[in-house]
Design a protein around this ligand. Structure first.
Ligand code: NAD
Length: 482
C-alpha cells in the first residue's frame, strides 16, 4: 500500500466549529495509479454542516472587520507556506487523483498565485464617490463582504480550484465553508492546516469532507445565512445547485463543464499548433474543463497536421504519475475511464480510425489517442470527454469552422491557430466562448488576474483578477443629505 510521507493526523479529519474532528464514519481515498487506498478521511453529516454554519456566523462578525492590510498579511503567509510545503502538496495531489508530479508541482505555483494576488488586492477594496444631481446630497459606494460562502470543488485541480475561490473570499472579508471532492479531500485539509498556521482565525476557512454530497449540501442551500454558493464541477450538478440556491436568492458563481474546439487554419505554424494541442489536450490526462475536446483542421493541411499530432502523441510517456518523466498518468476513476472508452468505441464503430492509441493499457491508464475520420454524430464530438483522446475533424472554410466550433451547449474555452491577423480578430470575436486562445493553447496559466469562466452552459461569473474578487463583494450605496 502506498503511504504518504509527511502525513498528519488532521489530514484524516475535518476542520469545523473551531477544531479538528474525527467523525463516526470515514471514507477511503484511492490512488488511481495503483487502485490502492492512501488513507481515509472524516465523512461529515448534515449535523456537522449546521455546526459549521453556526461557527461561520460568529467568525464572520470579526473577520469582516479585520483591517484589510492585516487580511492581506495573513494571506501572504498562507502563500509562503504553500511554497514551504510544495513537495508534500504536489505528492499528495498526485496520490489523490493521479496527475503527473511535474504538473502537480506546477499546480502549487498556480494555486498560490491567486493567494498572492488577493493578498495584495485586499487593501485596495474600497468604494467610490458618485456625483448626485442634487447640490445638497452626496453619494458613495462601499464594497462589503457578501458573507458566509459555501464552496464545492472538483478533484481535477485539488489545490487550484480551492485557492481561486478561498483567496478572493477571504481577502474580501467573507468566511468560507468548503466541501472538497470525495477524490481529493486531503489536499483541501492540508490547505486548511496551512491557513491556520498562517494565522487565519478559527472558522474563517472550514473544510468538511463528505461522502454524501447531496445530503450534506442541503443545510447550506436552505440556510438564509449562507449568502453565496461557489461551485466548480459538472454542468449537471451546477444546474441542480443553481436551482436550490434560488430558494434563498444566494449569489452564485458556477464554473462548469466545457467542450473546447481547437481550430487549425491552413496559414498556421503547424508544428506550433500541434504542440499547443498536445499541451491543452493531454495535460492532466485530458481532465481539465478547458482541455481541447475537438480539433478542427483545414483540409489543405489536414494530413500534415495529423501526422505531426500523431508523432507527438506517440512520444508521450504513459505511466506512474509519481515518476518525473511521466507525461500522462491514469484517469481518476473507473467511471471516467468507462466514459472515455465508450466515446472511443462509439467513434470507431461509426468509422473513425485511431492513428495512435485507442486502447486501454491497464488499470486506469488509457493510451493517448488521436482519432481521424470522426463522424459528426459521434458522442466524442458532442459530450465533454475528460480523457486523453483527440478527435480530428476536417473543415473547408472559416465559416464552416466557426459554425462547428459554436455548435455546442458549452462556452468555456476555444482555441485557434492562424498567422492571418484579420482572421485572428474575426475568429476571436465570433467564438461564443468565455476564454479564447489565439495561437495560445494555455491561456489560463498566464496570470491570476485573468478572468476565467464560461458562457452558455459552462457557467455564471468569473474567477481570477478583480472579476473574481467582485464575486465576493456587495456594493452598498450610501446617500448623504447635507
Ligand atoms: P462533479 O460535478 O461530479 O463534482 C463536483 C463537486 O460537486 C464535488 O465536490 C462533488 O462532491 C459535488 N457534488 C456532486 N453532486 C452533488 C450534489 N448533488 N450536491 C452537492 N454537491 C455535489 O464534477 P467532477 O467530476 O468532480 O469534476 C469534473 C467536472 O468539473 C467537469 O465537468 C469539468 O469540466 C468541471 N470543471 C470546471 C472547471 C471550470 O473552471 N469551469 C474547472 C474544473 C472542472
Amino acid at each position: 500500500m502506498t503511504t504518504i510521507s509527511n502525513d498528519s493526523v488532521t489530514r484524516h479529519q475535518a476542520y469545523f466549529d473551531g477544531a479538528w474532528h474525527t467523525t463516526p464514519r470515514s471514507f477511503e481515498v484511492i490512488h488511481p495509479g495503483t487502485l490502492q487506498p492512501i488513507g481515509s478521511v472524516a465523512d461529515c453529516t448534515e449535523g456537522d454542516a449546521r455546526r459549521a454554519i453556526d461557527a461561520a456566523e460568529l467568525a464572520l462578525k470579526d473577520w469582516r472587520k479585520v483591517n484589510p492590510y492585516k487580511r492581506g498579511q495573513i494571506l501572504r503567509r498562507w502563500h509562503d507556506l504553500m511554497f514551504e510545503h510544495k513537495e508534500q502538496l504536489a505528492r499528495l495531489m498526485t496520490l489523490e487523483m493521479g496527475k503527473p508530479i511535474t504538473e502537480t508541482r506546477g499546480e502549487v505555483h498556480y494555486a498560490a498565485s491567486f493567494i498572492e494576488w488577493c493578498a495584495e488586492e485586499a487593501s485596495r477594496i474600497g468604494g467610490e464617490r458618485v456625483p448626485s444631481r442634487f447640490d445638497h446630497k452626496r453619494g458613495f459606494t462601499s464594497s462589503e463582504p457578501v458573507g458566509i460562502v459555501y464552496a464545492v470543488t472538483p478533484w481535477n485541480f485539488p489545490a487550484g480550484m480551492i485557492t481561486r475561490k478561498a483567496a478572493p473570499a477571504l481577502a474580501a472579508g467573507c468566511v468560507m465553508i468548503l466541501k472538497p471532492a470525495e477524490q481529493s479531500p486531503m489536499t483541501a485539509l492540508y490547505l486548511a492546516e496551512l491557513w491556520l498556521q498562517a494565522g487565519g482565525p478559527a472558522n474563517t476557512l472550514q473544510v468538511v469532507p463528505t461522502n454524501d454530497a447531496p445530503a450534506f449540501s442541503a443545510p447550506f442551500m436552505e440556510d438564509e445565512r449562507v449568502r453565496k454558493l461557489t461551485f466548480t464541477g459538472s454542468t449537471a450538478v451546477g444546474r441542480l445547485l443553481y436551482g436550490q440556491a434560488a430558494k434563498t436568492i444566494k449569489r452564485v458563481s458556477l464554473e462548469l463543464g466545457g467542450h473546447a474546439p481547437f481550430l487549425v487554419f491552413e496559414d498556421a505554424d503547424l508544428e506550433c499548433a500541434a504542440r499547443e494541442v498536445m499541451a491543452s489536450k493531454f495535460r492532466n490526462a485530458g481532465q481539465t474543463c478547458i482541455s481541447t475536446n475537438r480539433v478542427y483542421v483545414q483540409r489543405s493541411v489536414a494530413a500534415e497536421f495529423t501526422a505531426i499530432l500523431t508523432r507527438l502523441t506517440g512520444d508521450l510517456v504513459l505511466g506512474d504519475p509519481l515518476q518525473d518523466g511521466t507525461g500522462v498518468g491514469p484517469v481518476v476513476e473507473q467511471a471516467g475511464l468507462d466514459k472515455v472508452r465508450a466515446q472511443v468505441e462509439d467513434a470507431l464503430a461509426r468509422g473513425a480510425k485511431a492513428t495512435v492509441g485507442g486502447t486501454l493499457k491497464e488499470g486506469l491508464y488509457f493510451h493517448p489517442t488521436v482519432l481521424t475520420d470522426v463522424h459528426p454524430d459521434s458522442l466524442i464530438l458532442r459530450e465533454e470527454t475528460f480523457g486523453p483522446v483527440a478527435p480530428v475533424v476536417v473543415f473547408d472554410t472559416e465559416d464552416e469552422a466557426l459554425a462547428l466550433a459554436n455548435a455546442s451547449e458549452y462556452g468555456l474555452a476555444a482555441y485557434a491557430y492562424t498567422r492571418d491577423l484579420s482572421r485572428a480578430f474575426r475568429v476571436a470575436e465570433a467564438l461564443e466562448y468565455g476564454i479564447v486562445g489565439i495561437n495560445d493553447g494555455g491561456p489560463s496559466a498566464a496570470a491570476p488576474q485573468m478572468p476565467f469562466g464560461g458562457m452558455k452552459n459552462s457557467g455564471v461569473g468569473r474567477e481570477g483578477g478583480h472579476w473574481g474578487l467582485d464575486e465576493y463583494l456587495e456594493t452598498k450605496y450610501i446617500s448623504m443629505g447635507l
